[in-house]
Write a protein that binds this ligand. Structure first.
Ligand SMILES: [Cu+2]
Length: 178
């Protein structure tokens, strides 16, 4: 036979050693659980964000208007857009690209809106100085983040949530100047 019928009184109460491991596991769960809110306040990775419902076509229209009024050049086919300090900046994920390229000034605050026009994406901002910020981006939601760049340079954006056949080429850029 390929399986065995359990003994009639198969349950044995955990012994001392097993109980200690259960206790250690439980304490560790509590440590991780309370680390989440504590790290949200004291860590630098988890920014507070707000989310608003938005139709993908409405978000897309806002992005197009933003590009039209603030565009300062092009990198290949992708416009480079410089929002006003303190103003709104938009990044749209869709069609396997993060669009457009933003050019920000160091030390100024911006209200960054990110959304998707097709699937769920992972907005992963990476740069020198160990910067690595990650946000889940969903179509139908405008993710709003208040950001103040503190380091100048080029920050690449990759998609880190598998979204389809060309997920691996889905990149973007944020430029920060002094
Ligand atoms: Cu992706």
């Amino acid at each position: 036979m390929s399986f065995m019928i359990p003994e009639k009184d198969w349950f044995k109460a955990p012994d001392k050693g097993e109980k200690s491991w259960i206790a250690i596991g439980f304490i560790w769960c509590l440590v991780l659980f309370f680390s989440m809110p504590i790290w949200h306040i004291y860590g630098k990775q988890n920014s507070s964000s707000e989310s608003y419902r938005v139709k993908p076509e409405d978000f897309s229209a806002r992005v197009m208007k933003f590009v039209e009024t603030n565009s300062i050049g092009k990198d290949g086919n992708t416009p480079i857009v410089q929002p006003k300090p303190g103003g709104h900046a938009y990044v749209m994920g869709g069609g396997y690209i993060w669009y457009p390229i933003l050019k920000l000034k160091k030390g100024n605050e911006y209200i960054l809106h990110i959304s998707s026009t097709d699937y769920q994406h992972g907005f992963s901002l990476q740069g020198e100085a160990g910067i690595n910020m990650n946000f889940q981006i969903l179509p139908g939601y405008d993710h709003v983040l208040k950001i103040t760049p503190t380091t100048s340079g080029t920050f690449n954006i990759v998609c880190n949530e598998f979204c389809g056949a060309r997920h691996h080429v889905m990149t973007g850029k944020i430029l920060v100047e002094d």
